[in-house]
Design a binder for this molecule. Structure first.
Ligand code: NAD
Length: 490
């Protein structure tokens, strides 16, 4: 039985220039609860005309409003802090909205997604007043300095796997640096981004500074990418969409940051604490139902501990049981949509076809009335790095276990991927841990842990996992540009 929700889900409107409005076309789309397959509510569907209105509002707010020039960084910081407070004041309601819209377990949305989103606003609230240029000594009678200025209007496009958190990772640094924004959330999960936009307004962010336009990627997303008055695009999404965005953005030469897909190696050496490694492997692939860009989807295990580790991992994974995401005891909910569930099931079929051994899972799971989009946690052993399930990002709870011989072998295989987002290493040998961390081409490496994040720690990809860094002081470079000023003193 799937529990009824306590939250009243209102229809979604576009949030443009401080107003909550219908789309110019009058079109709407349904957003579905993936745990039940039922329509949750209707949301206004932004088209090119709406994106144009939102961009013009953001442009006017940037060029003529108080936000970018009249307010000090510290003033903006105070507003960002308030947004964090408003998020925390409504943590339970927003978490439930997120769970209904995305299928993420309520314990995660309550303890992780919403608090980390608030934390991101707190972090950039503190940083907002500390963004500055430098004085630079040069030859000749000159006084030289740099100014670190906001980029302008930022188009921000987010995915459906961490809807409010990804919106926070985009909006908080952009606002701290004095930019204005048009946020286009994923059409599968638009509700919490709309709520966040409303909270920005409630906190006192001036009209037009934050606009939220839900709609499809190919129409609303593309309109944002092509719009000549948008200065920067920040996208979190698939590598394929990243390539398309980069091609289109080249027409107007926009500043870009792209956080894309991954196929991260999680490497267990024979000298590792196997209990901890099994826990890390399980969380690495099954957290958020495997719908996580940093999923440790390729588990490399040194041959001599393969059997021992698999025993522990399978025992743990059997306890990961799909359930009602509104149940506080649930750790594993549905996939985000029917389409995503079917994609995952196809990959499972491909794994069997190519000769991998199905150790557990492999099927759609039935929860409640059986209408939700649940997939069993699935583990394949006997996988080779060249099989489709080891090469392509599945974005679901499917683990490919690959044995390896020694350190050189695993570094070669670990790097043998088009992606470079993250990696894990499990060993008690400190030298080996650091060496592997250096040799893997990935934006984040976890040693004897997996899947940690912090607002202060830069996050982003190598290779086809994208470029640019979110979080930390690194994000300031993405949301500012440097101006060099020369003053003649002769
Ligand atoms: P997606 O690429 O399909 O969509 C991402 C966003 O881009 C959505 O808002 C979508 O509407 C929009 N979009 C789609 N086509 C577009 C186009 N032509 N022009 C402009 N915008 C367009 O990705 P998804 O299915 O929402 O999310 C899953 C993907 O995101 C996975 O590949 C995952 O690895 C990646 N991801 C990466 C990170 C990271 O930080 N690196 C984090 C989360 C998810």
């Amino acid at each position: 039985m799937i529990a009824p929700s306590k939250v009243k889900v209102e229809p979604g409107k576009l949030h443009i220039n401080g107003q909550f409005i219908d789309a110019a076309s009058g079109k709407t789309f349904d957003t579905i609860n993936p745990a039940t397959g039922e329509v949750l509510t209707r949301v206004a569907e932004g088209g090119a005309e709406d994106v144009d209105r939102a961009v013009k509002a953001a442009r006017a707010a940037f060029d003529a409003g108080p936000w970018s020039r009249k307010l000090s960084g510290a003033d903006r910081g105070r507003l960002l802090w308030k947004i964090g407070d408003l998020l925390m004041a409504q943590v339970e309601e927003i978490a439930e909205l997120e769970t209904l819209d995305s299928g993420k377990p309520i314990t995660d949305t309550t303890r992780v997604d919403v608090p980390l989103a608030a934390d991101c606003f707190y972090y950039y609230a503190g940083l907002a007043g500390k963004i500055h240029g430098e004085t630079i000594p040069v030859r000749g009678p000159y006084f030289n300095y740099t100014l670190r200025e906001p980029v302008g209007v930022c188009g921000q496009i987010t995915p459906w796997n961490f809807p409010i958190l990804m919106a926070a990772w985009k909006l908080a640094p952009a606002l701290a640096c004095g930019n204005t924004a048009v946020l286009k959330p994923a059409s599968l999960t638009p509700l919490t981004a709309l709520r966040l936009g409303a909270l920005c307004q409630q906190a006192g962010v001036p009209d037009g500074v934050v606009n939220v336009v839900p709609g499809s990627g190919s129409v609303a997303g593309m309109a944002l990418v092509r719009h000549p008055q948008v200065d920067k695009i920040a996208l979190t999404g698939s590598t394929q969409v990243g390539q398309q965005v980069m091609r289109e953005a080249s027409e107007t030469l926009k500043k870009l940051s792209l956080e894309l897909g991954g196929k991260s190696p999680n490497i267990v050496f024979a000298d590792a604490d196997l209990e901890a490694a099994a826990r890390g492997a399980q969380m690495g692939i099954f957290y958020n139902m495997g719908e996580i860009c940093t999923a440790g989807s390729r588990l490399f295990v040194e041959q001599q501990v393969h059997e021992a580790l698999m025993e522990k991992l399978i025992e743990r994974s059997k306890k990961t049981i799909p359930g009602d995401p509104l149940d506080p005891k649930c750790r594993f909910g549905p996939q985000v949509s029917e389409g995503q569930m079917n994609t995952i099931l196809k990959y499972i079929g491909k794994g069997k076809e190519e000769g991998a051994t199905l150790a557990i899972g492999g099927n759609r799971a039935r929860v409640g009335e059986g209408k939700g989009y649940f997939v069993e946690p699935t583990i394949f052993t006997g996988v080779s790095n060249s099989m489709t399930i080891a090469r392509e990002e599945i974005f679901g709870p499917v683990l490919a276990v690959i044995p390896f011989k020694d350190l050189d072998d695993v570094i070669r295989q670990g790097n043998e991927t088009i992606y470079g987002l993250a990696a894990g290493v499990w060993t008690k040998d400190i030298k080996k841990g650091h060496r592997v961390a250096r040799e893997l081409r990935a934006g984040t490496v976890w040693i004897n842990t997996y899947g940690n994040y912090d607002s202060g720690m830069p996050f982003g990809g190598f290779k086809m996992s994208g470029f640019g860094r979110e979080l930390g002081t690194a994000a300031v470079a993405e949301y500012t540009q440097l101006k060099s000023v020369w003053v003649d003193l002769s």
